[in-house]
Design a protein around this ligand. Structure first.
Ligand code: KIV
Length: 278
């Protein structure tokens, strides 16, 4: 991303200042054309580690590497002019120590031009968030369902129901106190998301949370109907590009087999066409 391209994009502090304002709009992106498509509509675009599942066919986000994030981050950066880019820290790149977290966060920002990183975890990641923020790395936190922990959470379950609500509230307060400029709330009960949104001074970004959050995010392949392996309850499909694409490919295959494609308009004559006389 060039310095010029970044000039119009909001900074993490602009996102923080949108607390309680018109809801923030965000989607994930992994490629340049998709980033270009959403740039003018989104306040920030997340290069999510969901890339592993939706583009690379991995069974979870656990197999996503720094190299994958950097490659997709660079592609997304080329497509953005006016939206801020946030990039996910992949599993294993920030949990071992604050110092390793800093090295990897700095590398993600340096090599992609992202304006901020996102990492998963609440109370137990608060010290790391404070360490990064104090050293110039804006952090978006991610609590509730944290997909990098599915093996300890026991699957993609709703988090924070009944007695578990207090722990999610504590997570939200901890990441906010640590200096995160916003927090993603994933797959938590609506009432809990509303309570957290009132309790913390930073914008809450909902995914499977509540319309009362300060913003919303969806995985772009989910909302466009491109990722069809499964559909979470919180996904609203705004298009059926997966089905449309499959139908188009079937039509192409049938045209090729019946020699309907290429047609006369797609082929070239043996001699160059004569220039038209005036
Ligand atoms: O990786 C991702 O796409 C995410 C969103 C679901 C918030 O973290």
């Amino acid at each position: 991303m060039s310095a010029t391209a970044k000039q119009k994009a909001p900074m993490p502090e602009d996102i923080r200042a949108r607390k309680g304002d018109t809801p923030l709009v965000s989607l994930t992106a992994y490629t340049t054309p998709m980033a270009q498509m959403m740039d003018e509509h989104c306040d920030f675009v997340l290069v999510g580690d969901s890339v592993g599942m939706v583009l690379h066919g991995l069974p979870s986000t656990l197999g996503v590497t720094m190299e994958m994030m950097i490659l997709h981050g660079q592609a997304v950066a080329r497509g953005l002019q006016s939206a801020m880019m946030v990039i996910d820290m992949p599993f294993g790149s920030y949990e071992t120590s604050k110092e390793i977290a800093f090295e990897n966060a700095a590398r993600l920002m340096r090599e992609t031009g992202a304006g901020a990183v996102k990492l998963e975890g609440g109370v137990h990641m608060a010290d790391t968030i404070a360490f990064l923020v104090a050293r110039g790395i804006p952090v978006m936190a991610h609590i509730g369902l944290t997909p990098q922990s599915i093996n300890t959470l026991g699957g993609y379950k709703v988090q924070g129901r009944d007695d578990a609500a207090d722990a999610v509230i504590a997570d939200a307060k901890a990441v906010s106190d640590a200096g995160a400029f916003s927090v993603v709330l994933e797959k938590v009960p609506e009432a809990l998301a509303d309570e957290i949104t009132k309790a913390v001074p930073i914008p809450t970004i909902g995914i499977g949370a509540s319309a009362g959050c300060d913003g919303q995010i969806l995985v772009v392949d989910d909302m466009l109907g491109l990722f069809t392996a499964f559909k979470a309850k919180f996904v609203k499909r705004y298009a059926t590009l997966g089905d449309d694409g499959a139908a188009a490919i079937a039509a192409y295959a049938s045209d090729v087999r019946a020699r309907r494609f290429p047609g006369p308009e797609h082929v070239f004559s043996s001699s160059a066409p004569k220039a038209k006389s005036k």
